[in-house]
Design a binder for this molecule. Structure first.
Ligand SMILES: [Zn+2]
Length: 576
């Protein structure tokens, strides 16, 4: 998509603030003329054959994340694509007086970060109303955000978090919230705090509005004190039903909420998503925004057909699979894969100690997956626990004999309990791994549920050395926090939010970055467009406030993008 002139103007206006000497001096213009002459003379040079760029970014440290992990000083952009990457001198030669110049002042630049699996459209429907505790490592800081929201809303209005954090990330005080504590903070508002997919904490007003009191029939998911009074704590079995009762926002408010979410995502350095479960209404909105050059993220949808659970329901649904037609979109919005569920009953819950897929369930799983292979569709399937992964691999190996899947980019998603044997089988089948490290927030819960094995969830070094194509996603916004620099910090230091060490096998910062950029480009079928900074690629890039490659590892989580560019458009600018 080519940006319209109006959007280009917007980008230029923003750029001007960073331009060094945007009104060229006479000497500058003369130099330009000389350069033009010199360029004309050197017509054989690759650089000279390029049309003039719209923007050049110079005097930086360009971490290209190309195949050789090349570092450069400067980038030139024309329209929505990168036209040159090189030294300051090489790139400066391409500029004409009309070219905007951005002086990076030594800053590091990386490709736009790709999250291979986020529930993006759903997140937009609640984003504006959620208190977000992504990456917040202390209870004090979390409560400050909660108090701020309490002050900002009217009495009676709901205040909530919908996952993306867990109590163990509060290094100063990881005790569960109590009803009384939340009553003191928000006496006049109902409060519901969903922690991961583990439990929720409610204050008195929320309990009252949801009809949970001393006299309500005893549900075992309502945690009560010795006198039978609800403590405000609701366990996993109950809170999903309660969350479903929260008020829904009207459509125009959802639009504003979604646009606000895009801004927060761009601020975090994110530019592209594999989107689990694209909502059709919202996707048509995304497409409209794309046509107006207002879509500041790229959304690649992972959608299935509802197949039901009974054998006859599955049989009835099968013909609809072959009707799915993917890859009809563009570089902003497209359908790329079947997923993330194949057969509902074989969908691992987050904190199940051990899965036990039954033969009759696997037979139905295989029936559906066979149809997906027969239709030559890519598949991105929720598979987390070791027994589930074993069982799915058995099925896929059998399917592969009938309908080869090697060139279909089938992906095992979440994959926290992958092991070396799985990876060897995956390599043979040409499968990819979408690694969604829930441990970034769930490290403490995982330790309780899975014991020592939690330290290898996920076994990053084993995955990295396996040769299997893999990349990072968050599975946000409810199942996990969404900040990519928090994920990268976890991958390199092995620490969950709050600082507790939860991972036995960290990887290098280079490999972690590659998994959040170039390798993810394969997972969203955009490897010729995204994931590295090279001539011909789309100009999605992030200017960082500090150098990802050289800062102390503990600072990786604190990196703040100062500028994010999507398709040559500046979509976020922070304080330099
Ligand atoms: Zn999932």
């Amino acid at each position: 998509m080519t940006p319209s002139s109006s959007s280009r103007r917007t980008a230029d206006t923003q750029t001007d603030r960073l331009i060094q000497g945007s009104a060229p001096t006479a000497a500058f213009r003369a130099r330009r003329c000389l350069v033009a002459v010199a360029l004309a003379a050197a017509a054989s040079s690759l650089f000279a054959q390029q049309p003039a760029p719209d923007v050049i970014l110079t005097n930086g440290k360009i971490i290209t994340v190309d195949d050789r992990f090349t570092l450069a000083q400067a980038v030139a952009i024309r329209g929505e694509r990168i036209v040159a990457v090189g030294s300051d001198a090489e790139v400066a030669k391409l500029a004409t007086p009309a070219t905007r110049r951005i002086d990076l002042r030594g800053r590091a630049v990386i490709p736009g970060l790709i999250d291979n699996h986020m529930h993006l459209t759903r997140a937009g429907t609640t984003w504006q109303w959620e208190v977000r505790w992504d990456g917040v490592g202390s209870r004090a800081a979390a409560l400050e955000k909660l108090r701020a929201r309490t002050k900002a809303v009217a009495p009676g209005e709901w205040i909530y978090t919908l996952g993306g954090w867990a109590i163990e990330q509060f290094s100063d005080d990881p005790r569960p919230f109590t009803r009384e504590e939340l009553d003191r903070i928000a006496p006049d508002n109902p409060v519901l705090l969903q922690a991961s997919y583990y439990e929720a904490y409610l204050n008195s007003r929320a309990l009252q509005q949801l009809g949970i009191d001393d006299k309500s029939p005893s549900n075992d998911w309502v945690v009560r004190d010795s006198a039978g009074r609800p403590t405000g704590r609701i366990t996993e079995a109950g809170f999903r039903g309660l969350v479903a009762k929260l008020p829904e926002a009207p459509a125009p408010a959802v639009e504003a909420s979604t646009l606000g979410m895009f801004r927060d995502l761009n601020r975090a350095g994110l530019t592209t998503f594999g989107v689990a479960g694209c909502d059709a209404d919202l996707i048509s909105l995304y497409k409209r925004w794309a046509s107006e050059d207002k879509l500041n993220v790229r959304a690649f949808c992972i959608n299935g057909v509802g197949v039901g659970t009974a054998p006859e329901q599955v049989d009835r649904a099968l013909p609809r699979i072959a009707d799915l037609k993917l890859f009809q979109g563009d570089n902003y919005v497209d359908d790329i894969s079947y997923g993330e569920s194949v057969y509902g009953p074989l969908h691992d819950p987050m904190f199940l100690r051990r899965s036990d897929p039954k033969p009759e369930q696997l037979a139905l799983w295989r029936k559906i997956a066979t149809e997906i292979a027969r239709a030559r569709l890519p598949l991105h399937v929720h598979a987390n626990l070791t027994n589930t992964i074993d069982a799915f691999l058995d099925q896929i190996e059998a399917i592969n004999k009938q309908y080869p899947v090697k060139n279909l980019r089938w992906v095992l998603a979440h994959a926290n309990q992958l092991n070396a044997t799985h990876l060897a089988r995956m390599r043979e089948l040409g499968l990819y791994a979408a690694v969604h490290p829930w441990a970034v927030i769930n490290g403490g819960i995982n330790q309780r549920v899975f014991g020592d094995a939690a330290l290898d969830m996920a076994p990053l070094d084993t995955i990295q050395k396996s040769g299997v194509m893999w990349g990072f996603g968050s599975d946000g916004s409810r199942a996990n926090q969404i900040l990519p620099f928090t994920t990268l910090w976890w991958a390199v230091t092995g620490k969950m939010v709050g600082g507790t060490k939860v991972l036995r096998q960290p990887i290098s910062r280079e490999d972690a970055l590659i998994a959040h950029t170039r390798r993810n480009a394969f997972l969203v079928f955009q490897e010729n467009n995204l994931g590295s900074l090279q001539p011909g690629r789309l100009a999605d890039l992030v200017v960082l406030d500090r150098d990802y490659l050289t800062i102390p590892v503990d600072q990786i989580k604190d990196i703040q993008p100062v500028m994010t560019i999507v398709g040559g458009r500046i979509v976020y600018e922070g304080k330099p």
